[in-house]
Write a protein of this length. Structure first.
Length: 547
C-alpha cells in the first residue's frame, strides 16, 4: 500500500527563497523555483511535505500529558506548572509544538499559500492541480482549526507576504474563522474523492473534510464558544455529522486493533512505513524491557473506566478530586483491575497484566518499578504504576527488534463521529437519538458495555465520560474540557498515581496517592500568543485576555 513520503526540509527550504547569486548561475546542489514549479513530480513532493503541518501523537509530548490522562517525564513538574496558571506569553515556547503551535502553523500556511500562487500556469493538468489544491485546502483548514482551538480567533492569511509588505494583520473573530474553514472544506470536498483509493491511503479525502467540518462546528456550538446556547449551531453541527453516518465506515469488532493498522473505522490518519516509522515502542515501552515509559497513564484516567457488569464508575469522586470506592458498582479495592470496561485492558498496562510474554510488575520493587534492584533502566520506570498499551504493537519490543512501529496516527475515526452525533442530538433535546448512538459505540463486539438509560444531566455526563474512555489519549481531552467550559472544575483536581505494596504473603496493598496539585484560571481556556508574534505584528494582534 502506497504511503505518503515526506522530503527533507533542507531540500524544500529553497522553495521559499527567491534569491540568486551575482553571476545568475544555477546551483548544482539545490532545486530552484523553476525546477519545482515546472515539474509535476516535484510539485507532488511539495504537497506531500505539507502534511507535516499536522501534529501527531507518536512523540514524547503526547497532548494527554497536559490533561488528567497522562503523566510525562518529558514535561514533568515544570510544564505541568505552566498549565497550572504560570503560563505567559514569554514562556509559551517551552510547550511542545501541538500547543505552542502559532509559529509552526503560520510557517506551513505560507508554504501552502506559496503553492496556490506558484502552481498557476504550471504544467499540471486540471485534474492534477485540483487534486493537489483539494489536499492543501484541507491541510490549511486543519491548521486554522487547530489554531482556533488553541488561541481563539486568529488572522486569516491566504496570500504570501513579501519582506517589504505590511505584516500588521489583526485577528479575525472566532466566527469568521469557522466560516472560512467551512468554506475551505466545502471547496476541498468538491476536488477530492469521498475516500481515497487503497494506494493513496493517508491523503486528504472528501470524508476527511467532512469530519473536520463536523468537529469544527461541534466545537463552535459548545458552551465556551456558544454562551447563549444558540440551537442553530447545534443543528448545523448535527447536519454536518449526519453526512458521515451510515456511509463508508463501520466500528471495528476489536477495539485494540483499530490503532495498529488501516481499517474501515479510520476516516483520516497519518500513515507510517518501515522507512518512515516511529520509535514509539521504545519511547513508551516498560522500563523492565528497556523501554523509556515516557508517558504514564494516571489513576484519574483509570478511574473513568466503568465496571463491566454494572456500567457504573468504580469510584465516587470527592470534592477535593480524590476518590472513594462505590460499594454499589462491584469494584473491589483489593482487586482493582478485575471486571472493568474491556477498553481499559486494551489501553493500559497495569500491575499483573500480561504483555510480551510476562506479567507487568509495577508494585514497589517489581521489575517495572523505580525501586527494582535487579538492574536495568529503573529511572525510566512508570511514576504512576501504569504503562501505555494503546497504539503499541505487542510483536515489537522496545529494543532489539529489526521492525519499527508503523501504527497509524488517527485524526478522525467513525466512533468519534457517532459520539459527536450523540452529543449534538442531546443538546438539541433528542435524548432517544443521543442514547442510541452512545450505546452503538458501547455495543462494539469486543466491548459490550451495558446500555446507558440515563436522561438529563446524568446523560450528559455519560456522553462526556464515554468520549473520555473511547477516545482516550487521542488528542481530545485537552480541548473537550475547555469547549465544555468545565476546565475550571476538572483541571483544578490533583493528578493521582497508584502505589502498590506487595506484602510477604504475596497479597498487594493499593493506595491512591496525589502526585501533583494543579490549578486553572479563566484565562487558561486559551493559550497565550507568543509575545514575539504580538510584537512582530506591531500591536495589530491582540493578546488573549489575562496574559
Amino acid at each position: 500500500m502506497k504511503k505518503i513520503k515526506y522530503i527533507l526540509y533542507s531540500i524544500l527550504s529553497v522553495l521559499f527563497l527567491n534569491s540568486c547569486n551575482i553571476l545568475d548561475l544555477k546551483p548544482l546542489d539545490k532545486l530552484s523555483d523553476e525546477d519545482v514549479w515546472n515539474d509535476p513530480s516535484l510539485m507532488q513532493l511539495y504537497v506531500n511535505s505539507c502534511y507535516i503541518a499536522l501534529p501527531h501523537g507518536f512523540d514524547q509530548y503526547m497532548q494527554g500529558s497536559y490533561t488528567d490522562e497522562l503523566w510525562s517525564r518529558s514535561n514533568d513538574y515544570a510544564s505541568q506548572e505552566l498549565l497550572a496558571g504560570a503560563l505567559d506569553p514569554d514562556n509559551v515556547n517551552s510547550l511542545p509544538t501541538h500547543l505552542n503551535y502559532w509559529g509552526t502553523a503560520y510557517s506551513n500556511i505560507r508554504k501552502i499559500n506559496t503553492f496556490f500562487d506558484k502552481s498557476q500556469g504550471s504544467p499540471l493538468s486540471e485534474e492534477q492541480r485540483n487534486g493537489m489544491l483539494g489536499e492543501l485546502k484541507f491541510l490549511r483548514a486543519y491548521i486554522y482549526a487547530h489554531l482556533l482551538w488553541c488561541y481563539g480567533g486568529v488572522p486569516i492569511i491566504t496570500k504570501v507576504y513579501e519582506l517589504n509588505e505590511d505584516y500588521s494583520i489583526p485577528r479575525n473573530s472566532y466566527e469568521e474563522c469557522v466560516n472560512f474553514i467551512v468554506t475551505e472544506l466545502e471547496e476541498a470536498k468538491s476536488m477530492l474523492p469521498d475516500r481515497q483509493p487503497a494506494n493513496q491511503t493517508g491523503r486528504a479525502s472528501g470524508d476527511a473534510c467532512q469530519a473536520l467540518m463536523a468537529r469544527v462546528l461541534l466545537y463552535w456550538a459548545s458552551p465556551l464558544h456558544n454562551p447563549d446556547n444558540d440551537m442553530a449551531r447545534w443543528e448545523r453541527a448535527a447536519k454536518a455529522i449526519e453526512k458521515l453516518i451510515d456511509t463508508r465506515y463501520s466500528l471495528q469488532d476489536d477495539y485494540e486493533s483499530i490503532f495498529l493498522k488501516d481499517n474501515d473505522e479510520i476516516i483520516f490518519a497519518r500513515q507510517f512505513t518501515q522507512s518512515n516509522s516511529t520509535v514509539f515502542s521504545m519511547v513508551q515501552g516498560r522500563s523492565g524491557d528497556g523501554g523509556h515509559g515516557t508517558m504514564d497513564p494516571l489513576q484519574n484516567l483509570v478511574n473513568s473506566y466503568e465496571m463491566k457488569a454494572t456500567g457504573k464508575l468504580p469510584c465516587i469522586e470527592q470534592s477535593d478530586g480524590t476518590y472513594r470506592p462505590d460499594p454499589t458498582s462491584g469494584y473491589d479495592p483489593q482487586n482493582p483491575y478485575k471486571g472493568r470496561d474491556p477498553r481499559f485492558y486494551a489501553s493500559i498496562l497495569y500491575d499483573g497484566s500480561v504483555w510480551q510474554g510476562r506479567e507487568t510488575e509495577t508494585f514497589k520493587g517489581g521489575r517495572d518499578n523505580k525501586d527494582y534492584t535487579g538492574g536495568g533502566s529503573t529511572w525510566l520506570a512508570s511514576e504512576t504504576s501504569y504503562y501505555l498499551r494503546k497504539f503499541l504493537d505487542e510483536s515489537i519490543p522496545p529494543t532489539g527488534s529489526s521492525q519499527n512501529p508503523t501504527s497509524p496516527w488517527i485524526f478522525f475515526r467513525y466512533a468519534e463521529i457517532l459520539l459527536n452525533y450523540a452529543e449534538a442530538k442531546f443538546e438539541l433535546g433528542d435524548e432517544d437519538t443521543a442514547r442510541k448512538y452512545l450505546n452503538m459505540v458501547r455495543r462494539r463486539s469486543s466491548v459490550q458495555m451495558p446500555d446507558v438509560t440515563d436522561s438529563g444531566e446524568a446523560l450528559r455526563k455519560r456522553i462526556r465520560n464515554e468520549r473520555r474512555v473511547e477516545l482516550a489519549l487521542e488528542y481530545h481531552r485537552f480541548f473537550d474540557v475547555r469547549r465544555w467550559k468545565i476546565a475550571e472544575e476538572t483541571e483544578k483536581k490533583p493528578l493521582i498515581s497508584m502505589e502498590i505494596i506487595k506484602e510477604n504473603d504475596q497479597t498487594k496493598k493499593y493506595t491512591e496517592v496525589i502526585k501533583f496539585q494543579r490549578n486553572f484560571y479563566p484565562k487558561n481556556y486559551y493559550l497565550p500568543i507568543p509575545r514575539t508574534e504580538v510584537e512582530k505584528s506591531l500591536g495589530a494582534i491582540e493578546q488573549n485576555p489575562g496574559y
